[in-house]
Ligand binder design. Structure first.
Ligand SMILES: [Zn+2]
Length: 463
Protein backbone atom coordinates (compact mmCIF):
# COMPACT_ATOMS: atom_id res chain seq x y z
CA UNK A 1 0.00 0.00 0.00
CA UNK A 2 1.28 3.45 -0.89
CA UNK A 3 1.37 5.75 2.10
CA UNK A 4 1.84 9.49 2.21
CA UNK A 5 1.90 12.17 4.88
CA UNK A 6 -1.40 14.02 5.00
CA UNK A 7 -1.29 17.62 6.19
CA UNK A 8 -4.77 17.68 7.73
CA UNK A 9 -4.23 14.58 9.86
CA UNK A 10 -0.59 15.36 10.55
CA UNK A 11 0.52 11.77 9.94
CA UNK A 12 1.49 9.30 7.26
CA UNK A 13 -1.67 7.60 6.01
CA UNK A 14 -2.70 5.10 3.37
CA UNK A 15 -3.16 6.79 0.03
CA UNK A 16 -6.60 5.37 -0.59
CA UNK A 17 -8.02 6.11 -4.04
CA UNK A 18 -11.58 6.94 -5.00
CA UNK A 19 -11.49 4.66 -8.05
CA UNK A 20 -9.54 1.39 -7.82
CA UNK A 21 -6.26 1.53 -9.73
CA UNK A 22 -6.59 5.24 -10.46
CA UNK A 23 -5.14 8.23 -8.69
CA UNK A 24 -6.47 11.74 -9.27
CA UNK A 25 -3.90 14.36 -8.37
CA UNK A 26 -3.97 18.17 -8.54
CA UNK A 27 -0.80 20.21 -8.14
CA UNK A 28 -1.04 24.00 -7.95
CA UNK A 29 0.91 25.37 -10.88
CA UNK A 30 2.67 28.65 -11.53
CA UNK A 31 1.48 32.20 -12.10
CA UNK A 32 3.28 33.01 -15.34
CA UNK A 33 4.78 36.48 -15.05
CA UNK A 34 8.50 35.78 -14.55
CA UNK A 35 11.17 33.10 -14.97
CA UNK A 36 10.68 30.02 -12.80
CA UNK A 37 12.69 30.10 -9.56
CA UNK A 38 14.32 27.29 -7.62
CA UNK A 39 11.24 26.74 -5.47
CA UNK A 40 9.21 26.11 -8.63
CA UNK A 41 11.85 23.63 -9.70
CA UNK A 42 11.57 21.83 -6.41
CA UNK A 43 7.82 21.45 -6.18
CA UNK A 44 7.52 20.29 -9.76
CA UNK A 45 10.34 17.78 -9.26
CA UNK A 46 8.90 16.48 -5.97
CA UNK A 47 5.45 15.85 -7.43
CA UNK A 48 6.84 14.57 -10.71
CA UNK A 49 8.81 12.00 -8.71
CA UNK A 50 5.66 11.09 -6.75
CA UNK A 51 3.64 10.77 -9.94
CA UNK A 52 6.28 8.55 -11.52
CA UNK A 53 6.59 6.34 -8.44
CA UNK A 54 2.81 5.91 -8.17
CA UNK A 55 2.76 5.03 -11.87
CA UNK A 56 5.66 2.60 -11.39
CA UNK A 57 3.52 0.86 -8.76
CA UNK A 58 0.76 0.42 -11.32
CA UNK A 59 -1.61 3.32 -10.63
CA UNK A 60 -3.12 5.17 -13.56
CA UNK A 61 -2.33 8.71 -12.41
CA UNK A 62 -4.37 11.61 -13.72
CA UNK A 63 -2.05 14.50 -12.97
CA UNK A 64 -3.58 17.94 -13.32
CA UNK A 65 -1.59 21.15 -12.87
CA UNK A 66 -2.85 24.60 -13.72
CA UNK A 67 -1.44 27.75 -15.22
CA UNK A 68 -2.59 31.00 -13.59
CA UNK A 69 -2.58 33.33 -16.56
CA UNK A 70 -4.27 36.37 -15.02
CA UNK A 71 -3.35 38.13 -11.79
CA UNK A 72 -1.95 41.42 -10.43
CA UNK A 73 1.67 40.53 -11.22
CA UNK A 74 0.84 39.76 -14.85
CA UNK A 75 -1.15 42.99 -15.17
CA UNK A 76 1.65 45.02 -13.56
CA UNK A 77 4.29 43.55 -15.83
CA UNK A 78 2.18 44.15 -18.95
CA UNK A 79 1.63 47.79 -17.94
CA UNK A 80 5.31 48.28 -17.10
CA UNK A 81 6.43 46.84 -20.43
CA UNK A 82 3.69 48.34 -22.56
CA UNK A 83 2.42 44.96 -23.71
CA UNK A 84 -0.67 42.86 -23.10
CA UNK A 85 -1.45 40.49 -20.23
CA UNK A 86 -1.85 37.58 -22.61
CA UNK A 87 1.53 38.35 -24.17
CA UNK A 88 3.22 38.34 -20.74
CA UNK A 89 1.45 35.11 -19.78
CA UNK A 90 2.33 33.32 -22.99
CA UNK A 91 5.99 34.45 -22.88
CA UNK A 92 6.47 33.14 -19.35
CA UNK A 93 4.40 30.04 -19.89
CA UNK A 94 6.79 29.14 -22.72
CA UNK A 95 9.74 29.76 -20.39
CA UNK A 96 8.02 27.55 -17.85
CA UNK A 97 7.58 24.57 -20.15
CA UNK A 98 11.08 24.92 -21.47
CA UNK A 99 12.48 24.80 -17.93
CA UNK A 100 10.18 21.86 -17.09
CA UNK A 101 11.35 19.89 -20.07
CA UNK A 102 14.97 20.61 -19.19
CA UNK A 103 14.53 19.24 -15.66
CA UNK A 104 12.68 16.25 -17.04
CA UNK A 105 9.28 17.03 -15.50
CA UNK A 106 6.64 15.23 -17.53
CA UNK A 107 3.76 17.28 -18.89
CA UNK A 108 0.63 17.14 -16.73
CA UNK A 109 -2.22 15.10 -18.22
CA UNK A 110 -4.32 18.29 -18.09
CA UNK A 111 -3.17 21.90 -17.92
CA UNK A 112 -6.18 24.09 -17.14
CA UNK A 113 -5.67 27.81 -17.70
CA UNK A 114 -7.51 30.10 -15.29
CA UNK A 115 -8.85 32.34 -18.05
CA UNK A 116 -10.64 29.37 -19.63
CA UNK A 117 -12.67 28.69 -16.47
CA UNK A 118 -13.99 32.14 -15.67
CA UNK A 119 -17.62 31.26 -16.48
CA UNK A 120 -17.54 28.42 -13.93
CA UNK A 121 -15.97 30.74 -11.37
CA UNK A 122 -18.71 33.32 -11.94
CA UNK A 123 -21.38 30.66 -11.33
CA UNK A 124 -19.72 29.55 -8.11
CA UNK A 125 -19.51 33.13 -6.84
CA UNK A 126 -23.16 33.73 -7.77
CA UNK A 127 -24.16 30.73 -5.69
CA UNK A 128 -22.09 31.99 -2.75
CA UNK A 129 -23.74 35.41 -2.96
CA UNK A 130 -27.18 33.80 -3.14
CA UNK A 131 -26.45 31.84 0.03
CA UNK A 132 -24.85 34.78 1.82
CA UNK A 133 -21.49 33.02 2.05
CA UNK A 134 -19.97 35.90 0.08
CA UNK A 135 -20.44 39.67 0.18
CA UNK A 136 -19.64 42.64 -2.00
CA UNK A 137 -17.39 45.52 -0.92
CA UNK A 138 -15.92 48.40 -2.90
CA UNK A 139 -13.15 46.50 -4.66
CA UNK A 140 -14.66 43.06 -5.15
CA UNK A 141 -16.58 40.04 -3.88
CA UNK A 142 -15.26 38.40 -0.72
CA UNK A 143 -15.75 35.01 0.86
CA UNK A 144 -17.03 35.05 4.43
CA UNK A 145 -14.74 32.63 6.21
CA UNK A 146 -16.94 32.62 9.33
CA UNK A 147 -19.42 30.47 7.36
CA UNK A 148 -17.01 27.52 7.42
CA UNK A 149 -17.04 25.99 10.89
CA UNK A 150 -13.55 24.48 10.76
CA UNK A 151 -11.90 27.30 8.82
CA UNK A 152 -8.15 27.15 9.39
CA UNK A 153 -7.91 23.35 9.56
CA UNK A 154 -5.04 23.14 7.06
CA UNK A 155 -3.07 25.86 8.82
CA UNK A 156 -2.65 23.46 11.71
CA UNK A 157 -2.33 26.29 14.22
CA UNK A 158 -4.72 28.68 15.95
CA UNK A 159 -6.09 31.37 13.64
CA UNK A 160 -5.09 34.06 16.13
CA UNK A 161 -1.45 33.22 15.51
CA UNK A 162 -1.94 33.78 11.79
CA UNK A 163 -3.38 37.26 11.88
CA UNK A 164 -0.07 38.90 11.13
CA UNK A 165 0.40 36.86 7.93
CA UNK A 166 1.42 39.44 5.31
CA UNK A 167 -0.20 37.40 2.53
CA UNK A 168 -3.64 38.10 3.98
CA UNK A 169 -5.04 41.16 2.30
CA UNK A 170 -5.89 43.97 4.67
CA UNK A 171 -9.11 45.91 4.16
CA UNK A 172 -11.23 47.90 6.57
CA UNK A 173 -14.36 46.79 4.77
CA UNK A 174 -13.85 43.06 5.23
CA UNK A 175 -15.87 41.33 7.93
CA UNK A 176 -12.84 39.33 9.03
CA UNK A 177 -9.17 39.74 8.15
CA UNK A 178 -9.20 36.16 6.82
CA UNK A 179 -11.95 36.81 4.28
CA UNK A 180 -10.51 36.65 0.81
CA UNK A 181 -11.31 37.98 -2.66
CA UNK A 182 -13.30 35.66 -4.90
CA UNK A 183 -13.52 38.37 -7.55
CA UNK A 184 -11.83 41.71 -8.06
CA UNK A 185 -13.66 44.51 -9.79
CA UNK A 186 -11.73 45.81 -12.77
CA UNK A 187 -9.84 49.05 -12.76
CA UNK A 188 -9.39 51.04 -15.98
CA UNK A 189 -7.18 49.34 -18.59
CA UNK A 190 -7.32 45.96 -16.92
CA UNK A 191 -8.56 42.73 -18.49
CA UNK A 192 -12.22 42.26 -17.67
CA UNK A 193 -14.86 39.53 -17.66
CA UNK A 194 -18.51 40.34 -17.25
CA UNK A 195 -20.47 39.08 -14.28
CA UNK A 196 -23.89 39.77 -12.78
CA UNK A 197 -22.24 41.07 -9.59
CA UNK A 198 -19.87 43.44 -11.41
CA UNK A 199 -17.30 43.13 -14.16
CA UNK A 200 -13.83 42.09 -13.11
CA UNK A 201 -11.55 39.12 -12.81
CA UNK A 202 -11.32 36.06 -10.58
CA UNK A 203 -9.27 35.67 -7.41
CA UNK A 204 -6.54 33.04 -7.31
CA UNK A 205 -8.14 30.82 -4.65
CA UNK A 206 -11.32 30.52 -6.71
CA UNK A 207 -9.43 29.39 -9.80
CA UNK A 208 -7.93 26.29 -8.23
CA UNK A 209 -11.08 25.02 -6.53
CA UNK A 210 -13.07 25.37 -9.76
CA UNK A 211 -10.42 23.77 -11.97
CA UNK A 212 -9.56 20.89 -9.64
CA UNK A 213 -13.20 19.92 -9.04
CA UNK A 214 -14.05 20.59 -12.68
CA UNK A 215 -11.46 18.17 -14.02
CA UNK A 216 -11.08 15.61 -11.25
CA UNK A 217 -14.58 15.64 -9.74
CA UNK A 218 -15.85 15.50 -6.17
CA UNK A 219 -13.67 13.81 -3.58
CA UNK A 220 -10.59 13.55 -5.77
CA UNK A 221 -7.62 11.83 -4.21
CA UNK A 222 -4.65 14.11 -3.71
CA UNK A 223 -4.03 17.85 -3.70
CA UNK A 224 -0.42 18.98 -3.59
CA UNK A 225 1.77 22.02 -3.56
CA UNK A 226 4.56 23.76 -1.75
CA UNK A 227 4.32 24.33 2.00
CA UNK A 228 3.82 28.05 1.35
CA UNK A 229 0.44 27.23 -0.26
CA UNK A 230 -0.95 25.35 2.76
CA UNK A 231 -2.33 28.53 4.23
CA UNK A 232 -4.09 30.57 3.09
CA UNK A 233 -4.29 29.31 -0.54
CA UNK A 234 -5.18 25.67 0.05
CA UNK A 235 -7.29 26.43 3.08
CA UNK A 236 -9.26 28.95 1.03
CA UNK A 237 -9.82 26.39 -1.72
CA UNK A 238 -11.02 23.91 0.89
CA UNK A 239 -13.30 26.51 2.50
CA UNK A 240 -15.02 27.19 -0.83
CA UNK A 241 -15.55 23.49 -1.49
CA UNK A 242 -17.06 23.13 2.01
CA UNK A 243 -19.36 26.08 1.40
CA UNK A 244 -20.39 24.61 -1.97
CA UNK A 245 -21.04 21.25 -0.20
CA UNK A 246 -18.66 19.49 -2.58
CA UNK A 247 -16.37 16.80 -1.17
CA UNK A 248 -12.85 18.03 -1.85
CA UNK A 249 -9.34 16.53 -1.81
CA UNK A 250 -9.12 13.44 0.41
CA UNK A 251 -5.39 13.78 0.99
CA UNK A 252 -3.12 16.85 1.15
CA UNK A 253 0.58 16.76 0.38
CA UNK A 254 3.04 19.62 0.87
CA UNK A 255 6.71 19.83 0.05
CA UNK A 256 9.37 21.77 1.95
CA UNK A 257 11.22 24.98 1.18
CA UNK A 258 14.29 25.63 -0.86
CA UNK A 259 16.92 27.31 1.25
CA UNK A 260 19.70 29.39 -0.18
CA UNK A 261 22.16 29.56 2.66
CA UNK A 262 19.89 29.67 5.67
CA UNK A 263 17.14 31.88 4.28
CA UNK A 264 13.82 30.63 3.00
CA UNK A 265 13.79 30.78 -0.79
CA UNK A 266 11.09 33.27 -1.49
CA UNK A 267 10.69 36.08 -3.91
CA UNK A 268 8.95 38.20 -1.32
CA UNK A 269 12.20 38.20 0.68
CA UNK A 270 14.03 39.44 -2.38
CA UNK A 271 16.42 36.52 -2.75
CA UNK A 272 15.07 35.42 -6.12
CA UNK A 273 17.26 33.02 -8.07
CA UNK A 274 15.93 31.66 -11.31
CA UNK A 275 15.80 28.00 -12.15
CA UNK A 276 16.96 28.98 -15.62
CA UNK A 277 20.16 30.41 -14.10
CA UNK A 278 20.86 27.16 -12.28
CA UNK A 279 20.27 25.12 -15.43
CA UNK A 280 22.78 27.24 -17.35
CA UNK A 281 25.46 26.15 -14.92
CA UNK A 282 24.74 22.51 -14.20
CA UNK A 283 23.36 19.30 -15.62
CA UNK A 284 19.62 19.49 -14.92
CA UNK A 285 19.74 15.93 -13.59
CA UNK A 286 21.96 17.15 -10.75
CA UNK A 287 19.08 19.26 -9.43
CA UNK A 288 16.72 16.26 -9.50
CA UNK A 289 19.30 14.20 -7.65
CA UNK A 290 19.81 16.98 -5.12
CA UNK A 291 16.04 17.11 -4.58
CA UNK A 292 15.60 13.34 -4.11
CA UNK A 293 18.56 13.03 -1.77
CA UNK A 294 16.41 14.91 0.77
CA UNK A 295 12.98 13.97 2.00
CA UNK A 296 10.33 15.93 0.13
CA UNK A 297 8.96 17.44 3.34
CA UNK A 298 12.36 18.70 4.52
CA UNK A 299 13.95 21.93 3.40
CA UNK A 300 16.76 21.60 0.89
CA UNK A 301 19.77 23.82 0.53
CA UNK A 302 20.76 24.82 -2.98
CA UNK A 303 24.29 26.16 -3.02
CA UNK A 304 27.38 25.69 -5.19
CA UNK A 305 28.57 23.07 -2.68
CA UNK A 306 25.36 20.98 -2.64
CA UNK A 307 25.02 21.20 -6.43
CA UNK A 308 28.66 20.13 -6.92
CA UNK A 309 28.10 17.24 -4.55
CA UNK A 310 25.09 16.11 -6.60
CA UNK A 311 27.14 16.43 -9.79
CA UNK A 312 29.80 14.11 -8.37
CA UNK A 313 27.17 11.54 -7.42
CA UNK A 314 25.64 11.83 -10.87
CA UNK A 315 29.03 11.19 -12.44
CA UNK A 316 29.23 7.90 -10.50
CA UNK A 317 25.90 6.86 -11.99
CA UNK A 318 26.96 7.78 -15.51
CA UNK A 319 30.20 5.85 -15.05
CA UNK A 320 28.12 2.83 -14.07
CA UNK A 321 25.87 3.41 -17.08
CA UNK A 322 28.86 3.42 -19.44
CA UNK A 323 30.40 0.33 -17.89
CA UNK A 324 27.18 -1.68 -18.22
CA UNK A 325 25.70 0.15 -21.22
CA UNK A 326 22.53 0.89 -19.29
CA UNK A 327 19.37 2.22 -20.95
CA UNK A 328 18.24 5.83 -20.46
CA UNK A 329 14.82 6.55 -18.97
CA UNK A 330 13.03 9.76 -18.10
CA UNK A 331 11.43 12.66 -19.92
CA UNK A 332 7.94 11.74 -21.02
CA UNK A 333 8.70 8.02 -20.66
CA UNK A 334 7.37 6.32 -17.51
CA UNK A 335 8.80 3.05 -16.21
CA UNK A 336 6.52 0.53 -14.52
CA UNK A 337 7.44 -2.36 -12.27
CA UNK A 338 6.10 -4.86 -14.77
CA UNK A 339 8.56 -3.75 -17.46
CA UNK A 340 11.44 -5.69 -15.89
CA UNK A 341 11.75 -8.99 -14.04
CA UNK A 342 14.70 -9.23 -11.71
CA UNK A 343 16.18 -12.01 -9.62
CA UNK A 344 18.82 -12.33 -6.92
CA UNK A 345 20.40 -9.17 -5.57
CA UNK A 346 18.69 -7.01 -8.19
CA UNK A 347 15.28 -8.23 -7.06
CA UNK A 348 16.20 -7.66 -3.41
CA UNK A 349 17.23 -4.11 -4.24
CA UNK A 350 14.00 -3.27 -6.04
CA UNK A 351 12.01 -4.79 -3.16
CA UNK A 352 13.79 -2.96 -0.36
CA UNK A 353 13.90 0.37 -2.16
CA UNK A 354 10.22 -0.07 -2.99
CA UNK A 355 9.36 -0.48 0.70
CA UNK A 356 11.14 2.81 1.44
CA UNK A 357 9.45 4.71 -1.36
CA UNK A 358 5.99 3.32 -0.60
CA UNK A 359 6.25 4.74 2.92
CA UNK A 360 5.93 8.51 2.37
CA UNK A 361 8.42 8.58 -0.51
CA UNK A 362 11.54 8.05 1.53
CA UNK A 363 13.83 9.01 -1.33
CA UNK A 364 16.95 9.80 0.79
CA UNK A 365 17.17 6.28 2.20
CA UNK A 366 16.25 4.81 -1.19
CA UNK A 367 18.96 6.82 -2.94
CA UNK A 368 21.44 5.68 -0.28
CA UNK A 369 20.61 2.03 -1.00
CA UNK A 370 20.86 2.64 -4.73
CA UNK A 371 24.35 4.09 -4.39
CA UNK A 372 25.39 1.13 -2.22
CA UNK A 373 24.18 -1.04 -5.09
CA UNK A 374 26.34 0.98 -7.52
CA UNK A 375 29.38 -0.01 -5.44
CA UNK A 376 28.23 -3.63 -5.23
CA UNK A 377 27.66 -3.88 -8.99
CA UNK A 378 31.18 -2.58 -9.67
CA UNK A 379 32.68 -4.96 -7.12
CA UNK A 380 30.78 -7.94 -8.55
CA UNK A 381 32.02 -7.09 -12.05
CA UNK A 382 35.60 -6.69 -10.77
CA UNK A 383 35.35 -10.08 -9.06
CA UNK A 384 34.20 -11.92 -12.18
CA UNK A 385 30.41 -12.02 -11.68
CA UNK A 386 29.39 -10.14 -14.84
CA UNK A 387 25.82 -11.45 -15.10
CA UNK A 388 24.80 -10.63 -11.54
CA UNK A 389 26.66 -7.32 -11.75
CA UNK A 390 24.82 -6.33 -14.92
CA UNK A 391 21.43 -7.27 -13.39
CA UNK A 392 22.12 -5.16 -10.33
CA UNK A 393 23.31 -2.21 -12.43
CA UNK A 394 20.18 -2.47 -14.58
CA UNK A 395 18.00 -2.48 -11.44
CA UNK A 396 19.73 0.72 -10.30
CA UNK A 397 18.97 2.37 -13.65
CA UNK A 398 15.35 1.18 -13.62
CA UNK A 399 14.64 2.49 -10.11
CA UNK A 400 16.33 5.81 -10.81
CA UNK A 401 14.31 5.87 -14.04
CA UNK A 402 11.17 5.30 -11.96
CA UNK A 403 12.11 8.49 -10.09
CA UNK A 404 12.65 10.32 -13.37
CA UNK A 405 16.44 10.37 -13.15
CA UNK A 406 18.04 9.17 -16.37
CA UNK A 407 21.52 7.66 -16.34
CA UNK A 408 23.59 8.44 -19.42
CA UNK A 409 25.91 5.90 -20.93
CA UNK A 410 27.15 8.21 -23.66
CA UNK A 411 29.11 11.38 -23.20
CA UNK A 412 26.90 14.31 -24.15
CA UNK A 413 29.27 17.22 -23.69
CA UNK A 414 29.25 19.65 -26.60
CA UNK A 415 32.55 19.70 -28.47
CA UNK A 416 34.42 22.94 -29.15
CA UNK A 417 33.01 22.84 -32.70
CA UNK A 418 29.47 22.53 -31.34
CA UNK A 419 30.04 25.51 -29.07
CA UNK A 420 31.44 27.54 -31.97
CA UNK A 421 28.27 26.82 -33.94
CA UNK A 422 26.14 27.96 -30.99
CA UNK A 423 28.05 31.28 -30.75
CA UNK A 424 27.92 31.79 -34.49
CA UNK A 425 24.17 31.23 -34.41
CA UNK A 426 23.72 33.76 -31.60
CA UNK A 427 25.75 36.27 -33.61
CA UNK A 428 23.62 35.61 -36.70
CA UNK A 429 20.45 36.09 -34.67
CA UNK A 430 21.65 39.39 -33.15
CA UNK A 431 22.46 40.54 -36.68
CA UNK A 432 18.93 39.40 -37.71
CA UNK A 433 20.51 37.14 -40.31
CA UNK A 434 17.74 34.56 -40.04
CA UNK A 435 18.84 32.46 -43.01
CA UNK A 436 22.29 31.93 -41.49
CA UNK A 437 20.76 31.27 -38.05
CA UNK A 438 18.54 28.59 -39.61
CA UNK A 439 21.47 27.05 -41.45
CA UNK A 440 23.47 26.84 -38.20
CA UNK A 441 20.47 25.35 -36.43
CA UNK A 442 20.24 22.64 -39.08
CA UNK A 443 23.91 21.90 -38.70
CA UNK A 444 23.56 21.51 -34.93
CA UNK A 445 20.52 19.26 -35.43
CA UNK A 446 22.50 17.13 -37.87
CA UNK A 447 25.09 16.72 -35.10
CA UNK A 448 22.40 15.20 -32.90
CA UNK A 449 21.49 18.25 -30.78
CA UNK A 450 18.08 19.55 -29.87
CA UNK A 451 18.27 23.30 -30.43
CA UNK A 452 16.20 25.68 -28.33
CA UNK A 453 15.88 29.43 -28.38
CA UNK A 454 15.75 31.16 -25.04
CA UNK A 455 16.07 34.68 -23.68
CA UNK A 456 19.74 33.85 -23.01
CA UNK A 457 20.39 32.69 -26.59
CA UNK A 458 20.75 29.32 -28.30
CA UNK A 459 20.69 26.26 -26.07
CA UNK A 460 21.55 22.74 -27.15
CA UNK A 461 20.85 19.47 -25.45
CA UNK A 462 20.53 15.81 -26.24
CA UNK A 463 17.01 14.35 -26.33
ZN1 LIG B 1 -3.83 26.40 -6.35
Amino acid sequence: MLRLYDTIHGEVRDLATRDPGKLSMYVCGPTVYDLPHLGHGRFTLVWDVARRWFSFRGLDVRYVSNITDIDDNIINRAQREGTTESQVASTYENEWWEAMSRIGVARPRDVPHATQYVADMVSLIESFLAEDVAYVISDGVYFDTSCVADYGLLAGQPLDSLRADPTIEASQEKRSPFDFALWKFSKPNEPVWSASFGDGRPGWHTECVVMSLGLLGDGFDLHCGGLDLKFPHHENERAQAQAARRPFAQHWGHNGWVMVGTEKMSKSLGNFTSLTDLLERTDARAYRLLVIRSHYRSPIEVSPATVADAERALARLDTLARRFELPTFGGEQFVTQNDYVFSGRAKDLVTSVGVLLDEDLNTPLAVGELFDAVSSANTLADEGEPVEAAQLALAVAVVFGALGLAVHSAVHEPTRDDQALVSARDDARSAQNWAEADRLRDELVSRGWIVEDSAGGTRIRRG
